[in-house]
Design a protein. Structure first.
Length: 214
């Protein structure tokens, strides 16, 4: 539908570029997604699972964790009740995650280094927990980690077009067959944008909050 299409560009472009292109996630590897119930998170879970990865995610409630599991996550960690570093190590037999998609930063940076596997790749896409952090770089060196980051908005039209070509070949068939689909928490008319802000601020949403301008 037109509302589903509205949710595709941002989330699918972001996830494909950061998880598969920058993060280099491959079938059989483990992906850790922070904020698994967000629009980005729900997309990352579905795509990584569809392409054969073992998916671990964090979320802030049992309801959100259950939603992540239904979308294809293999392990969902309630970060309010569990230490995600210990949980990731337990789920991977001590190896850690090969790729970590993080939108938190702050004190998560050092913890991500602990949760990552040797030769792991951490991809930073937001800094909700703070843009500055105190980091023990010895962990990055010992594990030979790669910590990278990206934002798509300032990139050129040509760059985004290249991602679109990859999406058309790799992802659109999955959308067409409904093996994956955008997750809509709420769809509201533009005149009720204030309700969308309230829903976002209460932090209970799962997936995208969409404003219908049609």
């Amino acid at each position: 539908t037109h509302t589903e299409a509205a949710a595709v560009p941002e989330t699918y472009f972001t996830v494909w570029h950061n998880v598969f292109e920058r993060g280099g996630l491959k079938s059989g590897e483990t992906l850790l997604v922070h904020g698994g119930s967000s629009g980005i998170g729900t997309t990352a879970i579905q795509l990584a699972s569809a392409f054969g990865a073992y998916v671990i995610t964090t979320a802030g409630s049992r309801e959100k964790c259950d939603a992540c599991l239904k979308l294809g996550a293999d392990r969902a960690i309630n970060y309010r009740e569990e230490d995600f570093v210990a949980a990731v190590k337990d789920a991977t037999g001590g190896k850690g995650a090969n790729v970590i998609l993080d939108m938190i930063a702050g004190d998560y940076v050092t913890r991500n280094y602990e949760a990552a596997a040797v030769e792991g790749r951490i991809v930073q896409i937001a800094v909700q927990g703070g843009a500055a952090a105190s980091v023990d770089f010895s962990r990055l060196m010992v594990k030979r980690l790669t910590h990278t980051g990206s934002t798509l908005r300032p990139r050129t039209v040509e760059f985004k077009a290249a991602i679109a070509v990859a999406l058309e070949a790799q992802v659109w068939p999955l959308l067409g067959s409904r093996k994956i689909a955008p997750v809509m928490d709420t769809i509201l008319p533009l005149s009720e944008a204030w309700r969308a802000h309230e829903r976002m601020e209460d932090g209970e949403h799962i997936g995208k909050i969409v404003l219908d301008v049609g």
